[in-house]
Structure formats: structure tokens, C-alpha cells
Design a protein. Structure first.
Length: 649
């Protein structure tokens, strides 16, 4: 059954009341700091995204560690409001404590190794006040970290210094208040005082202190100018002023936060082991470069006119391609190495979720979409930039990747959701292989390489016929997750539409979408899960399964616990292609209504509580939102950027 437009609008009105404060990320192209609702620094990994989590209270509120601010009687400030300073990654947090108002402006200058905290304290009362403002660090300690060593905190006449394995951090107030983490404030009635807390880091204590000393006391104007220059390159979608337009810019700014400045790597998220569902075991480390996730983000960046970041990502990936054209891993560290997985037994999630993992064992999986993601990305990058000379220079990589697809596409794989217990013939991976070869054929033809174009085009049609035929389950009248008819209904089957293997109005796709639109059956009501994982054990008859709809959002597969932003946006993009504009807009607004009050998305969202679940912010969710908003803002289409019929034509 179709989702009624009126129903979608009702969901949207209900969700507007459920946006919640969460954490405010700021970053410098090397790492990200989270500012919590009580103005504390609750997440920071050093010396880069995938380094030691020196502060991790955002993950583990009991043992995670934090850098707090206290005022007056020592009670933590209470949040009043948190927002970004316009279209920037400069964060403004306002709170109150001990009868005083406190406001922080937080930013990490791009390419510099420090966090600047401009703090303003105001006395709103009618009596003079004299109080202490103090910063205090309590670092995380995890026995599982691969570089064992002491975590130490010491204070001298200079800034306080925290040393952790592989890095050090220095913090203290700057200017007339001296270099200590404490400052005495005398405030007349109605008076405000401003001071700067600088938090700097380096590989050694000496380097951290030097970075602290060399950081400007006040470079807010320069930071604002940086973000203005960066956004000046952005393509403006044809959207009226309002929440949709702001979501577009916020999505790009969120992606920029996980772009590694030196290498061009785009990380999936800046966090590790934030639980995907409450009380579950799906606690994964996403501080790495997934080829698939990066491709989705780079495609969005190209579509928005930010070609420099997109090209840097493809260059990063091309450096890692094997001599046989295959990427040996679906994910890499910033150094291009394997992120070996370790368990931290002394840490847990906010609800006691365990295990907490650092590193990710999915590095040794086979995922068939790696090669086609790079080919498709380079094709859209070429179309967006018009730089065919760059493609000629990198053609060797494209040809190797296309031949790797020809060699590998028949293999079973772990799939887009990285199921550890089984390999299978996933519809998503096969569909991407077909689209990738079709794109390679288009590029080959444009470069005058007719034999390659003919060979790859023929193989793409073989793959398309295979997945369209073998992926169809006549009993449930739907495309499912894999070729196995007992596999779950899965949003990733929409790859057949989104990557052009079938037109969006194909009767089989329409039947699949109707099945997806049914309400999802709640987990644990009719399915037994494997021990130690939230991944259901498939094998039940299809008639026992539900759809993918949960309270207005869309789950990734049936029996999932919560809706997922990415599937909700994929369904919205399918609706848009199928001519269901109002339903598409309703789903996008469902996502927007469940973002944090800063407009950011984790992996999953809880429609009843407004809580975010999973690693945060999840970059590919913002990439898909950017793509959707460009598409809906250009009803005439963007054929130069999003050809939908590479294969189906």
C-alpha cells in the first residue's frame, strides 16, 4: 500500500517536537571534539580521528573521561541552547550555573592542533559575584588500547598536561588570567567577562605545550572567514530559504568534519562503538575510510561543486588499489592499513552496552561494491568537473577495477551490512557491479577505447540480467536482500532503481516497494537472534516477515530494531524518481524532524524518544540528504551528475 501524503505530514508535525540536544562536534581536519550539553569536552581522539580516545564520556558516561567546565559552586552548567554560528562548524553553547550565565564559542582552526574555547560569563543578578571558573580533565583509561602506557595528568606553573599513549594534551586559560586551568572572576551586576581556554595537543608533552603557546588567543574572525570561503564554492540548490536549505549546507559541513586534511580520506564517522541500538551488541568502530561510504560522500561533494575534496578522496583510494585492480579491504585506516579489532572490557555504552570495540574486523571481508564505487565516483566526478584529462591520467586504475569486477562479481560476499556470520549473493553488490561496468563502458567509449567499452557493456548486461532474474522472489513478489528467497526484505535492493538497473516504475520494483511500506514486525517477537550479535538468524518463511516502516521511518531490513536514516533517504530518492514527490519530501522531513537540534544525524533514530543511536555524525546519511535536496530542488533533473539509465537503457 502507498504511504498517504497526509499521513507523512502528520508524522512530520509529530516529530518536530522530538528533536533533542545531543553533542556538538567541531573539528580541524585531523580529529573531532564533542561539546556536551553541560559544556564539557566529551569526545576527543588523539592525535587524530582513530587515535586514543582521551575523552570518551559521550560513549561511556561512567568511565569515559571528560574535560569539564565548572563555575561557582562546582555544579556542571545546565544547557540552555546549542547552535552553530551560521553556516560554519563554529559551535555556540549557552548554559547557566550557580545563578550565572555561561556561553562558549568552540572551534578547531582547520589545520591547527588546538581547540579554542571562548568563554563568556555573565552575572544577571543585582548583587556582585566573585567565583572561580575551572577546567578539569579526567582522561579515559582503557586496558585494551594497543599502545600500553600510563595515562598521566600533571599541573605546573604552565598549562595542565595530560599524557596518553601516543599523544599529549595541554590546556589552560590564556591572557590576563594566567596559564592555569582556573580563573577568579569578579562580576558586578549585569557585567560579563570573557576569557579563552586553549586545548592543544601534540605527539609529546613538549609539542602539546608549544602548540598551546603558539595558538592565537582569539582567531574567531579568521575561522569565520575560512568557512565563508569554503562555502562560496558550493552550488546552491533551487530551494526556498528554510529548513531544507539549511539541511543541505549542514550536511556538507558535517561531511567536511570527517575529511582528513592531509590524505583526502573521508571517514564514515568520527566515533567508535556508539551503540547502534539500545542494549545491543552492534557497537562498531567507524573511524575509518569505507570505500562505499566515502563514495556516497564524494558524490555529494561533487554534486555540490566541492570537487577538490571529492578528488582528494579518489586519489586516496587509488593509492590503495592492488596490482590486480581489487581493493583488498572494504575499509582502511588513514594510513591505508588494516584496523585490527580489539575489545575494551573496561568500557561500555551509555546503557551498559558491550562489547566496546576499537578497530574493525570487517577489514578482511569481501564486499563487491568497492570497485564499482570507485568507477562510478570517477565517472560522476568527470561529468561534474568536465576534466577528461584527469580521467585519462587515471585510466589504468579504472581499467584494472573494471576487470576486477568481471573476475569477482559471481562470488558470494559479506554484503553492505557486513554480516560476519555468512557470505551470500547480495543484490546490492551485484547491482553496483553492473552499474560500475556500465559506467566504465561509457568512459571507455568517450575516450575512444571501443573494445573495452563493448566488452564491459556486454558483461554489465549479463550481471544485470542475473541480478534482476535471480534476485526476484515470486513467492513474496519482492526483491529481497540476497538471491536466497528466505533472506530478509532489505532496503539495499533499491539499488536496482537508484543505480539504473530497472526503471523506478518497473512492476517488480513497485511490488517490492509495497512490501517495504508495510509496518515492520518488531524484533524478538518472531525471530531468534544468534548469540552475541543483533543480526537475526534468517530462514523463516517470507509470510512471517513484516515490511520496513517504523513510525514514519524506514529500517534497513525487516525485524530491525530502529529506523535508519540512510534507508529512509533511499526510499525518498526512489519515490522522487517514481514521481511521488510529496511522499519523498515527507520521508526527508521525517529525517529532518529526528535530527539533533544542530541538524545532525547518527546511524539510527528512535521515533518515540528522539534519541540518536549509532556512530555520530554518520557521514553517508548527510551525503544522501545532500543528494536528495539537490534532486528535489532541480525537478528538471541533473542528468550530467546522476545518469539513471547506465544499464537499463
Amino acid at each position: 500500500m502507498e504511504m498517504a501524503t497526509t499521513t507523512m505530514r502528520t508524522w512530520s508535525r509529530q516529530r518536530e517536537r522530538r528533536r533533542r540536544s545531543y553533542f556538538g562536534p567541531v573539528g580541524n581536519g585531523e580529529t573531532v571534539a564533542f561539546i556536551g550539553p553541560d559544556l564539557a569536552v566529551d569526545w576527543l581522539c588523539l592525535p587524530r580521528f582513530d587515535g586514543y580516545p582521551i575523552f570518551a564520556r559521550a560513549l561511556d558516561p561512567r568511565r569515559g573521561g571528560t574535560l569539564t567546565l565548572t563555575l561557582g559552586d562546582g555544579a556542571p552548567p545546565r544547557l540552555l541552547r546549542q547552535r552553530y554560528l551560521g553556516r560554519t562548524n563554529i559551535l555556540v553553547t549557552e548554559g547557566e550555573a550557580d545563578g550565572l550565565r555561561i556561553r562558549t564559542v568552540d572551534y578547531m582552526p582547520w589545520g591547527r592542533r588546538h581547540l579554542t574555547r571562548r568563554i563568556t560569563v555573565t552575572n544577571p543578578g543585582d548583587q556582585p559575584r566573585e567565583v572561580w571558573l575551572a577546567a578539569a580533565a579526567e582522561p579515559t583509561w582503557s586496558q585494551a588500547w594497543p599502545e600500553p602506557g600510563p595515562v598521566a595528568l600533571w599541573e605546573g606553573r604552565g598549562p595542565a598536561v595530560v599524557t596518553v599513549p601516543g599523544a599529549a594534551l595541554a590546556y589552560g586559560f590564556r591572557g590576563t588570567y594566567g596559564p592555569t586551568p582556573r580563573a577568579r572572576l569578579r562580576l558586578a551586576p549585569g557585567q560579563s567577562r570573557r576569557l579563552t581556554l586553549t586545548v592543544a595537543y601534540g605527539l609529546t608533552p613538549a609539542e602539546a605545550v608549544e602548540n598551546w603557546r603558539s595558538a592565537p588567543v582569539d582567531d574567531l574572525a579568521a575561522e569565520q572567514a575560512f568557512w565563508r570561503r569554503w562555502l562560496a564554492k558550493v552550488r546552491r540548490p533551487k530551494l526556498p530559504p528554510g529548513d531544507l536549505l539549511e539541511a543541505y549546507y549542514r550536511g556538507l559541513l558535517a561531511i567536511k568534519l570527517v575529511c582528513h586534511r592531509e590524505t583526502g580520506a573521508i571517514l564514515a564517522a568520527p566515533t567508535a562503538s556508539f551503540p547502534a541500538v539500545p542494549g545491543g551488541h552492534d557497537n562498531w568502530d567507524y573511524r575509518y575510510v569505507w570505500i562505499r561510504d566515502g563514495y556516497i560522500c564524494a558524490r555529494a561533494l561533487d554534486a555540490a561543486g566541492l570537487h577538490e575534496e571529492a578528488r582528494a578522496f579518489y586519489e586516496f583510494c587509488l593509492r590503495l588499489q592492488g596490482p590486480d585492480g581489487h581493493w583488498s579491504s572494504p575499509l582502511y585506516t588513514i594510513d591505508g592499513t588494516e584496523p585490527r579489532e580489539l575489545v575494551a572490557p573496561d568500557l561500555s555504552g551509555p546503557g551498559g552496552e558491550q562489547p566496546v570495540r576499537f578497530g574493525n574486523a570487517a577489514w578482511d571481508q569481501l564486499q563487491l561494491d568497492s570497485e564499482p564505487s570507485i568507477i562510478l565516483g570517477l565517472y560522476t566526478h568527470t561529468l561534474a568537473t568536465g576534466d577528461w584529462e584527469y580521467l585519462r591520467q587515471r585510466w589504468h586504475h579504472v581499467a584494472l577495477a573494471a576487470d576486477a569486477i568481471v573476475r569477482l562479481w559471481r562470488e558470494p560476499e559479506n554484503g553492505i551490512w557486513e554480516i560476519r556470520e555468512r557470505r551470500d549473493h547480495w543484490i546490492y553488490g551485484k547491482a553496483l557491479c553492473a552499474a560500475g561496468l556500465a559506467a566504465a563502458a561509457e568512459m571507455a567509449a568517450a575516450l575512444g577505447k571501443a573494445p573495452e567499452a563493448e566488452r564491459w557493456r556486454a558483461e554489465a548486461e549479463i550481471i544485470r540480467e542475473d541480478v534482476v532474474t535471480r534476485g526476484w522472489d515470486p513467492r513474496s513478489e519482492a526483491y529481497r536482500q540476497t538471491y536466497d528467497p528466505a533472506s530478509p526484505l532489505d532496503i539495499s535492493a533499491l539499488a536496482l532503481s537508484l543505480w539504473g538497473l530497472l526503471p523506478p516504475d518497473d512492476p517488480r520494483l513497485a511490488s517490492t516497494v509495497r512490501a517495504m511500506e508495510r509496518p515492520l514486525r518488531r524484533p524478538l517477537e518472531a525471530v531468534v537472534t544468534r548469540a552475541g550479535t543483533d543480526t537475526p538468524f534468517w530462514g523463516r518463511p517470507p509470510e512471517e516477515a513484516g515490511g520496513l516502516r517504523i513510525d514514519g521511518g524506514i529500517a534497513r531490513y525487516d525485524f530491525a530494531a530502529l529506523p535508519f536514516y540512510l534507508p529512509t533517504l533511499w526510499m525518498a530518492r526512489h519515490y522522487l524518481a517514481a514521481g511521488r514527490r510529496e511522499d519523498a519530501l515527507g520521508l526527508a522531513r521525517t529525517c529532518l524532524d529526528h535530527t539533533t537540534d544542530l541538524g545532525l544525524m547518527a546511524e539510527h533514530f528512535d521515533p518515540t524518544t528522539g534519541e540518536q543511536w549509532g556512530n555520530f555524525p554518520q557521514a553517508f546519511n548527510h551525503g544522501e540528504m545532500v543528494l536528495f535536496l539537490l534532486e528535489i530542488g532541480h525537478p528538471e533533473g541533473l542528468p550530467a551528475l546522476y545518469p539513471r539509465t547506465w544499464v537499463a537503457a
